[in-house]
Ligand binder design. Structure first.
Ligand SMILES: Nc1nc2c(c(=O)[nH]1)N=C([C@H](O)[C@H](O)COP(=O)(O)OP(=O)(O)OP(=O)(O)O)CN2
Ligand SMILES: [Zn+2]
Length: 136
């Protein structure tokens, strides 16, 4: 893959790992750090520029840093998000961000472009020293 785009951002959210026999089973919060790495075999246009000069627009990738009321994950109670429910581990959050990021990137593709060359890896740090990577 000739290009690998990466970007990092944080969001602040609360969660509970329901059924966890320990402190993580109680309501608490983290400043989550997210790293997205998107590999691509070609360059594409974006909603903001029509020439083929981007793997994907950083603005498309960074949706999760928005406020939860604007469709992101910032200042959320993560257990309220139906797809996460009671299982708000870094593993499940990374898979969720992977799914929704690829969906948004694919929605931005031009007609006839299936995005088959795109490969995404998501890393979620729940604390500065504990992270989970997810890719397919
Ligand atoms: N595999 C996973 N294990 C744990 C997760 C997880 O998402 N995946 N999450 C937690 C808790 O959410 C907890 O908040 C984080 O735990 P921990 O690393 O212990 O956090 P601390 O920084 O507070 O660690 P200390 O060493 O106690 O300071 C637990 N496990
Ligand atoms: Zn936690």
């Amino acid at each position: 893959m000739p290009w690998k785009l990466s970007t990092e951002f944080t969001f602040d959210s609360a969660h509970t790992i329901v059924g966890y026999d320990g402190p993580c089973g109680r309501l608490h919060g983290h400043t989550y750090r997210v790293r997205l790495e998107l590999q691509s075999g070609r360059l594409r246009p974006s909603a903001h520029v029509k020439r083929n000069i981007m793997v994907a627009d950083y603005r498309t990738l960074k949706w999760a840093k928005k406020d939860v009321e604007a469709g992101g994950l910032d200042h959320a109670y993560l257990n309220d998000i139906a797809e996460l429910g009671d299982d708000t581990t870094a593993e499940v959050i990374a898979q969720f961000i992977h799914c929704h990021t690829l969906q948004r990137v694919r929605e931005a593709l031009e007609a006839g472009d299936d995005g088959a060359d795109l490969q995404l890896k998501v890393t979620v740090w729940e604390t500065p020293d504990s992270a989970c990577e997810y890719w397919e």
